[in-house]
Ligand binder design. Structure first.
Ligand code: F6P
Length: 507
């Protein structure tokens, strides 16, 4: 893309904006705030406080056309093999269609029946065991939709292989009344299987080994492995190789969420996702929220050169949303090879980070306002809370509005240089009416398609993650050495070897 006329036009245009301050852009254009915004089904995207103009949007739209984004969206949503390095579709959109493929509809019905049974049944607690995409989505969504939860059920998430996590998550639970859901697409992930085995022993100690299997359900694309683990076929839910882990919340990976909020609320979330899928497919670029978010991401990353992105929800219920988006974006976009195997010559994914406001204001906003690096921010706010403490909500939102204003316009005239705020720091605001299951579905799909938009322009495949494999292989080898099952590797570097030696002599 970097050698196209569209890319070059954006480069020159960016240089022309070098000295332009957001104050100038707003002062000279009273309608800027209303115009540089887009809305779909109650979700507003205000992107006016980015360092761009109407011309930028037109040039970015031309870049999207040049990257054939429209055709790529069709291919994505219609289940074509867009995951080219693994030669399969990335068809998460099929999970939320009103007319899903038959196997998807069947699995939804099985999940709904199982969820209803669990909600009425003999369990006090449900523990989801999984990691990465098999944890972050359901954990994030279960926290986000706490207002819709069955108050009688304690739903927890166990991910880290650190035994401290097992201890913390099971603390206070009765093994005789706890159901574990082992979620692993591959059913080979060492953290998940280690936790699952420990959980099985913990249950077996209380109820006996014969009964322990009945305390387990599984979600996997490898049902045979789940059966071998001792999980009954009735309690094994399918996912398919065309559902990527970080795109899997709408599949049976969301079973713990469905148990928490019920099948109807889960279906509402799917409907919100589908609404964004269709919006992404049909809306013109200047009105297309995921495309705009992605194209502005390209603008900030490639043309301004800003290396990180903060995602800051002003909603405590969305506390895990930045971590969820971090996996979605960084595992998808952290690539230095294009889909065709050639090296990337432009920057790809930024470092994505964040935590909820207003807490972050008392931690890292100092750097956002006065640091030497510019950090674009995506703020997420809600017009109506899911609680009755309106005074708190007004204060929360006042802080969000104040932050975007301070970042954009600053306060340059203070006499003391330490108290000057240069402003001109870009931010985007997503404003939804209320955090409902539908809204959450919209937000998830919005970010999925933002990532897809960026990947399409960069020419990378966002649906593989080969970069996680080397660490897994090395950890397996080193684990064998730590337990004495293998001899030290003589080829190992001196630093790693002396760390291992010190660990072994002191553990
Ligand atoms: O971290 C790598 C990864 O493969 C993620 O992409 C995935 O979400 C996670 O591990 C868990 O994988 P699985 O669901 O197969 O246990």
């Amino acid at each position: 893309m970097h050698d196209t006329g569209e890319w070059q036009a954006l480069s020159s245009h960016r240089q022309a904006l070098d000295e332009v301050h957001l104050r100038d852009l707003f002062d000279g254009d009273p309608l800027r705030g209303e115009r540089l915004a887009a809305e779909t089904d109650g979700l507003l995207l205000d992107y006016s406080k980015n360092r761009l103009t109407d011309e930028t949007v037109a040039l970015l739209s031309a870049l999207a056309d040049r990257a054939e984004l429209r055709g790529q969206i069709e291919a994505l949503l219609d289940g074509e093999p867009v995951n080219t390095t693994e030669d399969r579709p990335a068809w998460h959109a099929a999970l939320r269609r009103p007319d899903p493929p038959p196997e998807v509809g069947l699995e939804f019905d099985r999940m709904a029946a199982f969820a209803a049974e669990v909600r009425d049944g003999r369990w006090d607690a449900v523990v989801n065991i999984g990691i990465g995409g098999s944890d972050l989505g359901p954990a994030m969504a279960t926290a986000a939709l706490g207002a819709y939860a069955d108050p009688g059920l304690d739903v927890r998430f166990l991910s880290n292989v650190d035994g401290a996590h097992f201890g913390a998550v099971t603390r206070g639970l009765d093994p005789a009344r706890t159901l574990f859901i082992v979620v692993s697409k591959t059913f080979t992930t060492v953290e998940t299987l280690t936790n699952a085995r420990t959980a099985r022993a913990w249950v077996a100690d209380a109820v006996g080994p014969e009964q322990a299997g009945g305390h387990f359900a599984a979600v996997t694309a490898s049902p045979d492995k789940a059966h071998s683990f001792g999980i009954d076929a009735d309690a094994v839910f399918a996912m398919w190789d065309w559902v990527g882990g970080r795109y899997s919340l709408g599949s049976a990976v969301g079973l713990s969420l469905m148990i928490t909020v019920g099948p109807d609320a889960f279906a509402d979330m799917l409907a919100g996702m589908h609404q964004i899928d269709e919006h992404f497919r049909t809306a013109p670029w200047a009105e297309n929220l995921p495309a705009l978010l992605g194209l502005i991401g390209i603008w900030n990353r490639n043309f301004w050169g800003w290396p990180t992105l903060a995602v800051l929800p002003y909603a405590q219920e969305l506390a895990l949303f930045p971590a969820y988006i971090q996996q979605l974006d960084m595992e998808s976009s952290g690539k230095s090879v294009l889909a065709d195997g050639t090296p990337a010559v432009t920057a790809t994914g930024p470092v994505v980070w964040g935590q909820p406001g207003t807490n972050g204001q008392h931690a890292f906003h100092q750097l956002l306002h006065q640091g030497t690096d510019i950090v674009p921010v995506e703020f997420i706010g809600l017009c109506r809370p899911n609680h009755s403490h309106i005074e708190h909500h007004d204060l929360l939102m006042a802080n969000l509005f104040a932050q975007v204003e301070a970042l954009a316009f600053g306060a340059p005239d203070a006499g003391d240089p330490h108290q000057q705020f240069s402003g001109n720091r870009p931010s985007t605001v997503l404003l939804a009416d209320q955090l409902t299951p539908r809204t959450l579905g919209q937000l998830v799909a919005l970010y999925e398609h933002k990532v897809f938009t960026q990947a399409t322009v960069w020419g990378i495949n966002p649906f593989d993650q080969w970069g996680v494999e080397l660490g897994k292989t090395l950890a397996t080898d080193i684990a064998a050495e730590l337990t004495g099952a293998a001899h030290p590797n003589p080829a190992r570097d001196s630093s790693t070897q002396s760390l291992i030696n010190r660990y072994l002599s002191r553990r």
